[in-house]
Design a protein around this ligand. Structure first.
Ligand SMILES: Nc1nc2c(c(=O)[nH]1)N[C@H]1C(S)=C(S)[C@@H](COP(=O)(O)OP(=O)(O)OC[C@H]3O[C@@H](n4cnc5c(=O)[nH]c(N)nc54)[C@H](O)[C@@H]3O)O[C@H]1N2
Ligand SMILES: Nc1nc2c(c(=O)[nH]1)N[C@H]1C(S)=C(S)[C@@H](COP(=O)(O)OP(=O)(O)OC[C@H]3O[C@@H](n4cnc5c(=O)[nH]c(N)nc54)[C@H](O)[C@@H]3O)O[C@H]1N2
Ligand code: SF4
Ligand SMILES: [Mo]
Length: 767
């Protein structure tokens, strides 16, 4: 499984550092030709079109950081020993089966399945989960986007994505796309909006972020007051008759129920609570109501703060009451190849549920949204003395000890389990707590893809070809899962051989043989990904075996969406179109446009009677009503609000662990306003102690005009442990979740309040 490149060749791949996955061309070189030495944007990529940001230049620090190269097993003394793959697979398979027999497979929690650049492993992981009887899952989406998914489900029945390239007005709520991206070619698009006098940008952010600095309207609200700020804008729309009543009558239901919630709001009072001039709120409401098109992006500044889910609801009211859905330049419902939410739910396509799933977690009883239990409750689910507590975890491509609230509690929880298995490329904070660690091939050493396909009306999908062979000692996840399943006896060997032969004859013969096999043995259905990998996969180009699942996913997709695929150029006949699509996926290293639609298609995804959007969510009315009675209070012992996890140019979650690219260590400082620094008697570069209710960390002050008084900010993705060449551990910056409390979470979705942590500062006296 090699695709060795010669010294001078440019190879196509994608960046794996954020959800945009920009298409790249990279030059390989260095020792054994195993380094990424040059990086440029791939002009042929259908979405990024040659665009990239500076972070992509650091990819070799991921590829050639300190990697795991052997399966590891924890010894009774707590240290790890290297073991061979056969032993590791055999022991892990039998230990999971033991847990299943003793307690039930529902006591095995699965976490992760993919990060910013890799979702293919998760598709294969699904087979293993079915074999071990898994029921409960979680991943990072359940600490950011589940509230939004839930609200989307109630109102629209589909995900939505703004059309920022074409909108007249862009509204960013707790979102800093200049650094964090989130839509294709973000910086280029932001510059276009900034330059065009007919277009406007509105940014709601307590901080003068890079995006806010480019905005026409910066609503520099007080941290955590989004719900009041957004409610005030909705109230202005209703009270000043700015609602597009005809559109609302034609396309929505429930307006009569929600209007009274906003018509009595005291706008001046709400403006005061959020600290934004009432006149500015009125200007913004006017601008949105009079715009031809408005696109909106809500992100962590709002989603990871108090009132997360109700804010997701209120903000939708702003653009739905003004008719900004289902047209060019507005918010639309894209058609994903395989939605990340379907992946989370363990569904191979957007099709129907196989079984009725649990709707609350077994111990805490928290709501399960898109098949995920909230990340914040994981420690309680494990540490509570309850018969249904989880006994084991399989963690794949996720670093919950570092990335979920309250790292100390998460460590304690992992240690309390009878079995923890981690699949990762590096020795992470999470892996250190595991019983077994399996070393994965890197994302540049295997076929990979993501399902973050959110563009509309033209959508693309990019399956990457490997740049290198797997580092000796590592295996790609599809191979790991195939071996686990085979060892557990889930797939009888006699099933594989005839299918392999059929695949050699051709895909039509394979299709017939596969259907016959599955018809006779329905129990094999959950293992379809691995069966495809072991059979059809052997006929695919070397290194692309794992792409076999796209044959099945593609057929399902084409059957469900024949017109979109036909318009993308794959022909009229679904069976043929699906085969062409599969070939295009395999042989197009820059990615494939798989769907072309018109804006009307958005409406077809509104899954409510008559394709009308539902404005009324009674489950949220009580919580909304509380806003009028209870403005935010602040504990006097903690006079600052800390936002822990700001996206900066120097951060990329915990994907790049090697700190060498940031030799000055400047990526990790605490931003503070000039006034607050003065009050504290501190200067830039001074060391400070930062206290929260659960922890303390030492960090360095960075005086920043971006910050308003009372608000301080730390970056995400730093404070990682890195084993340097001489064996010592380097840790640069503060690991944010040593400071966060898993109890601080949304009342409905359980999402954390990472952007709203009460904090106190103390200068460290010079020695
Ligand atoms: N460079 C870089 N880019 C990334 C990532 C990365 O690690 N590094 N990670 C990716 C991932 S996983 C994600 S989810 C996205 C997240 O992308 P964003 O959500 O855009 O990133 P953040 O910087 O966490 O938060 C955005 C803004 O919220 C503001 N904020 C803080 N408190 C409040 C508040 O109370 N109200 C409002 N309205 N705003 C507030 C902050 O000042 C900040 O500017 O970024 C992705 N892109
Ligand atoms: N306080 C605070 N905490 C936060 C945030 C915040 O703003 N504030 N942001 C949150 C957000 S939005 C997110 S999305 C999460 C992200 O946090 P996580 O979901 O933990 O994801 P990543 O940091 O992206 O890293 C995933 C893991 O995948 C591993 N990996 C990389 N490539 C491969 C591969 O090919 N195979 C395997 N098996 N493993 C691989 C990496 O080494 C890493 O350990 O962090 C969250 N944590
Ligand atoms: S970090 Fe995101 S925006 Fe930057 S190059 Fe990578 S994928 Fe593109
Ligand atoms: Mo995220």
């Amino acid at each position: 499984m090699t695709t060795h490149a010669t010294q001078s060749e440019w190879k196509k791949t994608a960046c794996i550092l954020c959800s945009l996955n920009c298409g790249l061309e990279v030059k390989l070189g260095g020792e054994n030709n195993r380094h990424i030495v040059k990086v440029k944007g791939d002009k042929d990529h259908p979405l990024s079109q040659g665009y990239l940001c500076e972070k992509a230049q650091r990819l070799d620090y991921y590829q050639n950081g300190k990697r795991l190269t052997s399966p590891l097993r924890r010894k009774p003394d707590g240290t790890f020993e290297a073991i061979d793959w056969d032993t590791a697979i055999r022991e892990i398979a039998s230990k999971f089966q033991e847990i299943k027999t003793r307690y039930g497979g529902d006591k095995i929690l699965y976490y992760g399945g993919g990060g910013q650049g890799n979702h293919l492993g998760g598709v294969y992981g699904y087979s293993t989960l079915r074999a071990i009887g898994n029921k409960y899952r979680s991943n990072a989406l359940a600490q950011e986007k589940t509230g939004e998914f839930w609200v989307n489900g109630k109102m629209i029945g589909s995900g939505v994505h703004g059309d920022f390239e074409h909108c007249e007005v862009a509204l960013f709520i707790g979102k800093n796309p200049w650094q964090s991206h989130g839509f294709a070619r973000a910086r280029a698009v932001l510059r276009d909006i900034e330059k065009d006098p007919k277009r406007s940008m509105i940014v709601m952010d307590p901080r003068r972020s890079e995006t806010a600095a480019k905005a026409d309207y910066h609503l520099a609200l007080k941290p955590g007051t989004d719900a009041w700020c957004l409610s005030a804008i909705v109230a202005i729309l209703i009270q000043d008759n700015l609602v597009k009543t005809e559109w609302v009558a034609q396309h929505t239901t429930g307006f009569e129920e929600v209007a009274p919630l906003f018509s009595s709001i005291n706008i001046s009072e709400y403006a005061q609570i959020c600290g934004v001039e009432e006149s500015l709120l009125r200007d913004v409401a006017q601008r949105i109501a009079s715009a031809e098109s408005v696109s909106v992006f809500e992100d962590l500044g709002m989603q990871m703060s108090v009132h997360s889910t109700i804010s997701s609801y209120i903000q939708r009211m702003i653009w739905l009451l003004t008719g900004h859905f289902g047209r060019k330049g507005t918010n639309n419902a894209p058609l994903p190849f395989l939605g990340v939410n379907n992946l989370s739910k363990g569904q191979l396509s957007g099709g129907k549920h196989r079984k009725k799933k649990a709707n609350v977690s077994p111990v805490v009883g928290s709501k399960i949204i898109i098949g995920l239990i909230p990340c914040n409750i994981i420690p309680e689910e494990i540490l509570t003395d309850h018969p249904n507590r989880y006994r084991a975890m399989l963690i794949e491509s996720g670093n919950p000890v570092h990335s979920l609230a309250n790292s100390q509690k998460m460590r304690e929880a992992l240690r309390a389990l009878e079995l923890t298995v981690v699949i990762d490329v590096a020795m992470t904070e999470t892996a250190r707590e595991a019983d077994y660690i399996l070393p994965a091939a890197s994302q540049f050493e295997k076929c990979e893809t993501t399902f973050f396909n959110l563009e509309f009306p033209r959508n693309a999908f990019h399956v990457r070809q490997p740049l290198f062979s797997p580092l000796p000692g590592t295996l790609p996840e599809p191979e790991i899962h195939a071996r686990l399943l085979e060892t557990m006896g889930a797939i009888p060997p006699q099933v594989i051989q005839p299918l392999k032969v059929a695949a050699q004859i051709g895909r039509p013969a394979f299709a017939v043989a596969l259907f016959a096999t599955l018809a006779f043995n329905k129990k094999l259905m959950p293992y379809l990904p691995v069966i495809l990998y072991r059979t059809l996969g052997t006929t695919l180009p070397p290194g692309m075996e794992a792409a076999a699942v796209f044959w099945a996913i593609g057929h399902q997709f084409v059957r469900a969406n024949p017109q979109a695929v036909e318009r993308a150029g794959f022909g009229k006949f679904p069976l043929l179109a699906a085969e062409r699509l599969f070939d295009a996926i395999l042989h197009n290293p820059s990615g494939v446009v798989f769907a072309e639609e018109d804006y009307e298609a958005s409406w077809s995804r509104v899954r409510h009677p008559d394709n009308k959007i539902n404005l009324a969510i009674p489950e949220l009315f009580e919580e909304l009503g509380k806003l009028a009675q209870s403005p935010l209070s602040q504990n006097p012992n903690f006079p600052f609000i800390l936002s822990a996890g700001e996206r900066r140019s120097g951060t990329s979650n915990t994907i790049i662990r090697n700190p060498e690219w940031d030799k000055k260590g400047s990526a990790g400082s605490l931003r503070i306003s000039p006034q607050d620094a003065k009050n504290l008697g501190g200067n830039g570069g001074d060391r400070v102690r930062l206290y929260t209710e659960v922890g303390m960390a030492e960090t360095t002050l960075e005086i920043s005009e971006m910050m308003q008084t009372g608000h301080i900010s730390l970056p995400n993705g730093v404070g990682l442990d890195y084993l340097s060449a001489d064996g010592s551990i380097i840790r640069q910056g503060v690991a944010p979740n040593e400071l966060t409390n898993s109890q601080d979470r949304d009342f409905l979705a359980g999402t954390p309040w990472h952007k709203h942590i009460p904090a106190r500062l103390e200068l460290v006296a010079e020695a």
